[in-house]
Ligand binder design. Structure first.
Ligand code: HEM
Length: 119
């Protein structure tokens, strides 16, 4: 089986139907080009457009689409997310950046304290 092209969330974000005419969405780390399907969607094009260029996993799962709908997804599959942007890694990245933010905050706080001692 040939490997699927890999895209970053940033590349997906550009396909939001505005900056570029195509509409891509991500569902469970897979990238779908839904440009031509939007207007056939039984839930309406607006629902898909809401997630244009973004991760639509939550919206897709929350509705509880039928197995037919899940099978349909295959027709629009164009690639998968790069490893660092996959959901599990995204969570890790977020945790790290929150941690870094906290430690930067502490550092800033300490430097303010030190400054006050010197002044
Ligand atoms: C390529 C992506 C999608 C496909 C192939 C798809 C497909 C379908 C299909 C076939 C149905 C009819 C019911 C069923 O068979 O489950 C449906 C209904 C619906 N879909 Fe999607 N869908 C997609 C994305 C989304 C997204 C991102 C949302 C986000 C909110 C969404 C929300 C809904 C809703 C609310 C309905 C119900 C419409 C109604 O009964 O009035 N769908 N979808």
């Amino acid at each position: 089986m040939s490997e699927l092209p890999k895209y970053s969330l940033k590349e997906v974000a550009r396909r939001d139907g505005k900056e570029e005419a195509r509409v891509w969405i991500v569902i469970h780390d897979m990238v779908y080009d839904v440009t031509n399907y939007r207007h056939e969607h039984p839930g309406g094009a607006e629902l898909i457009d809401e997630y244009a260029g973004q991760d639509a996993t939550r919206g897709f799962d929350d509705f509880g689409h039928s197995s037919d709908a899940k099978r349909m997804l295959k027709k629009f599959l164009i690639g998968e997310l790069v490893e660092v942007d996959k959901i599990s890694n995204r969570k890790k990245k977020k945790e790290i950046s929150v941690e870094m933010e906290a430690s930067n905050g502490r550092r800033r706080f300490l430097s303010v304290l030190c400054f006050k001692c010197i002044a």
